[in-house]
Design a protein around this ligand. Structure first.
Ligand code: SF4
Length: 452
C-alpha cells in the first residue's frame, strides 16, 4: 500500500459551507486588524423579496384596461389624517431621506430637481436641510433624527412635511456614522461639530424614553407648523405590528416602514446583515396593524427597503402600501456602480478609481470612504464635480418616470383605473416563505401558509 501527501483533487477543492472563503476572509481580517467592517449600501444576503411575488393579470374573470386609451391614475395623497395641507404627489414613488454629508450638495440639488419635475417628494436626512435641496424641491420632507444634527425650527417651518425618524431598516436600534474624511467645513458647520473627525449619530432621541414621549414630540411639531403639514413617523423594520400601532396612537399622519434591505451610507456590516426583518414581511405586518386599528385609509403607509422597479412598487401597493420610497435605486440612477461618470457631456472611465478602493463597478459599497468614483457620496471638491446636477437630475427623472410607467402598466393589466386599487387578491407567491410573509397564496393554490 502506498501513501501520498497530495490529497485527491475532489477533497482539496471542497469548500466548507460553514467556514467558506468569505468567512475565512472575514475572520482573518478581524484577526489582523481587531476592527469590524463598516460599509455603505444595504444587506447583500438573499431574503424573500418582491421578486418572489407575481401578478395575476386580467383574463376571463377580470377585465384589463386598454393601455393607450383608458387612463390609470397614480396620484397620491399623504397625510390626510390631521394636516391641513396633505402632501399631493403625481406618483406613489418618493425619494427617501439621505443626509447631506453622505451625499454632496450637488446630489441633493439633483434629487430636488428630479423630484419636482416628476411631481414627487424628496427628503432631507441627518445633517439638516441644504439651501440647494430646499430651492430645488417643490415638496421637501424634513427629517427629525435622533442626532438632531442641523435640525432647527426655521427649517421645520420651511418643510412640506416632517418625518420623525425612530430607526432605519439597515440599522434598527443603531445610529449612523459619518467618517471624518466626509466631514468638510460645510458639513461640520451644519452639524456644529469639528471638521475631519468621525461622527456617530445617536441611536435614540435625546428627549424621549418611550412612545408616550412621541405623542409630546408630535404635538410640539404640529404647534410649530400650525397643524399645516403632515407628520410622518419612520421605523426600522423589527417588531412592526406593535411599532406601527404605537406610531398611530402617538398621532402620526403617515407611517414609514423601512425593511432590512434599506440602504445606509456607513454602518457596521454585521448590523446591516443581521438586524431587522425583510421588507416583504414588514409591509404585511404594517398593513395588518393598520387594519387592526381600522385606520387603513386614514393613516397612510410608505414602505422602503430594496424597492427597485415599477413592479416592486406595484407589488407593495397591492399588498397595502400607499406609496414607496427609494434610496439605493436613486443612487444607482445617478451613476453609483457605473463604469463611467459624465462630465461636460463626455463619459469618463472611473474604473481606476474603483480599483484604488479595492473594488470594481458593480461591487462597490464604499460610500463610507468619501472617495466615491462617480461623485455621488463624496464631499471631496474634485470628486463631487463628477456628478453634475443637471445630468443627475435628468437620469433620476427618467428612472422615476420609467418606474411609474411600469407601475401603471401592471395596474392596467390587472384592470385598475387607479394604481391604489391594486390589491392583495392580484398577487400570488412563488415560494412558501414569500407566501407566508406576504400573506398571499402560493401560485396555483389557495394556500396561504399560516392561515389555514
Ligand atoms: S459608487 Fe459611490 S455611491 Fe456607489 S457604492 Fe461606490 S461609493 Fe457608494
Amino acid at each position: 500500500m502506498t501513501t501520498s501527501n497530495t490529497a485527491p483533487a475532489s477533497i482539496a477543492l471542497e469548500e466548507s459551507a460553514t467556514f467558506d472563503r468569505k468567512t475565512i476572509d472575514y475572520i482573518q481580517r478581524a484577526a489582523a486588524s481587531g476592527l469590524y467592517e463598516i460599509r455603505g449600501l444595504g444587506a447583500k444576503r438573499k431574503v424573500p423579496h418582491f421578486d418572489d411575488l407575481l401578478f395575476l393579470g386580467a383574463s376571463l374573470s377580470r377585465y384589463p384596461l386598454e393601455g393607450y386609451r383608458e387612463k390609470c391614475s397614480s396620484k397620491t395623497v399623504l397625510g390626510t389624517r390631521f394636516a391641513k395641507k396633505p402632501v399631493e404627489l403625481e406618483m406613489p414613488i418618493t425619494i427617501a431621506g439621505m443626509s447631506f454629508g453622505a451625499l454632496s450638495a450637488n446630489v441633493k440639488e439633483a434629487l430636488g430637481r428630479a423630484a419636482t419635475e416628476v411631481g414627487t417628494s424628496t427628503t432631507t436626512g441627518d445633517g439638516g436641510m441644504t439651501r440647494e435641496e430646499r430651492d430645488s424641491s417643490k415638496v421637501l420632507v424634513y427629517q427629525c433624527l435622533p442626532s438632531r444634527y442641523g435640525f432647527n425650527p426655521d427649517d421645520v417651518r420651511r418643510a412640506d412635511a416632517i418625518e420623525i425618524v425612530i430607526g432605519q431598516g439597515a440599522k434598527p436600534g443603531g445610529g449612523g456614522m459619518l467618517l471624518g474624511q466626509k466631514v468638510n467645513p460645510r458639513v461640520a458647520a451644519m452639524r456644529v461639530l469639528p471638521q475631519g473627525v468621525d461622527q456617530r449619530s445617536a441611536a435614540r432621541h435625546p428627549d424621549w424614553t418611550g412612545p408616550d414621549d412621541l405623542v409630546i414630540k408630535i404635538l410640539e411639531l404640529r404647534e410649530i407648523t400650525d397643524w399645516q403639514v403632515p407628520i410622518y413617523v419612520k421605523i426600522g423594520a423589527t417588531r412592526v405590528f406593535n411599532d406601527v400601532k404605537l406610531a398611530v396612537h402617538a398621532g402620526a399622519d403617515v407611517v414609514v416602514v423601512d425593511g432590512m434591505q434599506g440602504g445606509t451610507a456607513a454602518t457596521q456590516t454585521t448590523f446591516i446583515e443581521n438586524v431587522g426583518i425583510p421588507t416583504l414581511a414588514a409591509l404585511r405586518q404594517a398593513v395588518d396593524a393598520l387594519d387592526d386599528l381600522n385606520m387603513k385609509g386614514q393613516v397612510q403607509l410608505i414602505v422602503s427597503g430594496g424597492i427597485r422597479s415599477g413592479a416592486d412598487a406595484a407589488k407593495a401597493l397591492a399588498m397595502g402600501a400607499d406609496a414607496v420610497s427609494i434610496g439605493q435605486g436613486v443612487l444607482v440612477a445617478l451613476g453609483c456602480n457605473s463604469e463611467t461618470y459624465v462630465q461636460g457631456g463626455q463619459h469618463i472611465s472611473a474604473v481606476q478609481d474603483y480599483a484604488a478602493l479595492g473594488t470594481a463597478p458593480g461591487f462597490c459599497h464604499h460610500c463610507h470612504t468619501g472617495r466615491c468614483p462617480v461623485g455621488v457620496t463624496t464631499q471631496d471638491p474634485v470628486l463631487e464635480t463628477r456628478l453634475e446636477p443637471a445630468v443627475g437630475a435628468r437620469r433620476l427623472r427618467n428612472y422615476l418616470k420609467t418606474m411609474n410607467m411600469e407601475l401603471t402598466t401592471i395596474a392596467r393589466a390587472c384592470g385598475k383605473q387607479n394604481v391604489h386599487h391594486l390589491e392583495r387578491e392580484d398577487l400570488v407567491a412563488l415560494t412558501v416563505e414569500a407566501a407566508a410573509m406576504a400573506g398571499v397564496p402560493l401560485a396555483g393554490t389557495d394556500w396561504i401558509p399560516g392561515r389555514g
